[in-house]
Each structure stands twice: as C-alpha cells, then as structure tokens.
Design a binder for this molecule. Structure first.
Ligand code: AP5
Ligand code: MG
Ligand code: ZN
Length: 215
C-alpha cells in the first residue's frame, strides 16, 4: 500500500501516520521529521534547511527530492509506505512520479485531510512534539504523563515553527505552493478528501475504511 497523506500544516498528517504505521506495519516517511533530525544532529543538510524551516518557508525542491529518493529506495519501503509532508510542490510531485516509476511502486491513493484555518492555528499553536516524531496537544491531545512521550518516554517540546509568526506563513505557503497538488492528484483520479476536523479516532476509522481496498 503506497499512500500520500496530504493536507495543510496541523491537519493531522503526523498523528494519523503514526496510527497507520501501527495498523499496517508500513513505514511513515515524514520529510519534516527527517529534516528536524538533521537539524538536531547538525548535519550539513540540517544547517542548510534550518533557516527555511524556522520561518515556515519550504526547503528547496532539489534537497527534498534527494532525501525522498534515498528513503524510498530503502528496503523497508518494499511493502509500502506512507508519505507525510511530501510532495509539497508540483516539481516534487513530478520527481516522485519518476522515482516511483523506476521502482514500480505507483501511489494507490492520496488522502487529503481537510481542516479549517482557525482550527489549524489552534492545533499548531498548542502542539507539543517528541523527537521520535510523535505529536501531542496541550489540551486537545495531551500525553498521558506531563512532559513525556507516550511512545518513547522522550521529553516533549514546542517546535520553533509552531510559534505565531511562522504559523501564518506556513498556512500561506501551503495555499500558494502546495494546495495546487489537490488538482494535480484529483486529475489523476487518486485523490480522496476527508473531513479532518473530527476526533482523531473518527478520522482514523475513516482512513481505514478507505484503505481497506488497497491492503
Ligand atoms: P512538517 O513537519 O511536514 O510540518 P507541516 O506540514 O507544517 O505539518 P505539521 O507537522 O505542522 O502538521 P501535521 O499535519 O503533521 O499535524 P499533526 O499530526 O502534528 O514540515 C516542517 C517544515 O519542514 C516545513 O515548513 C518546511 O520548511 C520543511 N519541509 C518538510 N517537508 C518539506 C517538503 N516536502 N518540501 C519543502 N520543505 C519541507 O497535528 C497537529 C496538532 O493537532 C497536534 O497538536 C495534534 O495533537 C493535534 N491533532 C491532530 N489531529 C487532531 C484531531 N483530529 N483533533 C484534535 N487535535 C488533533
Ligand atoms: Mg507533521
Ligand atoms: Zn517519543
């Protein structure tokens, strides 16, 4: 099963991806998590990406295309994958099509999580993260034990780009650069849009129902 989880910042891509990983046993490929890991480790790539990320701008396409090509060629992607946060531009989508053509793994479905801007801002500004990629929310989805990740026990923190200035910019960048992909995948007949503004578990049940035919 080869899936793209699509949607604006805060739509719940990461939250749902983690649940899909547990349920289907295929890897989540979050370009945001990969970039943040590089920033943390101080790699050359991380140093180059950080300035864009902190402002809520997209990291240049050539960097992302390289990352995704390497990742999709790793053996754990043979049985399928969940793309989370990639593609975000038309050139990224075109490059993905080329990579997937080469490894003969076409996208089955693009799941588009729809959530209104106001709720996105509330979700993002209250979000807490763990370095393992798990995300929580101060009030909407708190960890079981305060300050500690349910999954790995790690310390949870707020992302720099979840502070107010960057949040609005991320929404604008999404609308300008990423939203056109809705039409791109819709034309290919593989886009399914669902209401992401419901309970985490309700959204997940919906996703499973849609994915049942690809499993
Ligand atoms: P990335 O990490 O991908 O950030 P994003 O797209 O801004 O998305 P988020 O992680 O903010 O949202 P999400 O949909 O995963 O929501 P979540 O599940 O956490 O990218 C970060 C940066 O990296 C980019 O700005 C860019 O600079 C760079 N980058 C990454 N990929 C790139 C690419 N392909 N090209 C170029 N640059 C790239 O949920 C959000 C919050 O809501 C959480 O608090 C959660 O607990 C809560 N929540 C989730 N679902 C629900 C629900 N149903 N009800 C109530 N609360 C909920
Ligand atoms: Mg995310
Ligand atoms: Zn964790």
């Amino acid at each position: 099963m080869n899936i793209i989880l699509f949607g604006p910042p805060g739509a719940g891509k990461g939250t749902q991806a983690k649940k899909l990983v547990d349920f289907y046993g295929i890897p989540q490929i979050s370009t945001g998590d990969i970039l943040r890991a590089n920033v943390r480790e101080g790699t050359e790539l991380g140093l180059a990406a950080k300035a864009y990320m902190d402002k809520g701008e997209l990291v240049p396409d050539n960097v992302l295309i390289g990352i995704i090509k390497n990742r999709l060629n790793e053996p754990d992607c043979k049985k399928g994958f969940i793309l989370d946060g990639y593609p975000r531009t038309v050139p990224q989508a075109d490059a993905l099509a080329g990579i997937l053509d080469e490894i003969e793994k076409p996208i089955d479905v693009v799941l588009n999580l729809e959530v209104a801007d106001e709720e996105l801002v509330e979700r993002i500004s209250g979000r807490l993260m763990c370095k393992c990629g798990a995300s929580y929310h101060r009030t909407l989805n708190p960890p079981k034990k305060e300050g500690e990740c349910d999954i790995c026990g790690g310390e949870i923190f707020q992302r720099i780009d979840d502070q107010e200035d960057a949040v609005q910019n991320r929404l604008n960048v999404y609308k300008k650069q990423t939203q056109p992909l809705i039409n791109y995948y819709s034309k290919q007949g593989i886009l399914v849009t669902l209401n992401g503004a419901r309970d985490i578990d309700e959204v997940f049940e919906d996703l499973k129902a849609i994915l049942a035919k690809f499993a």
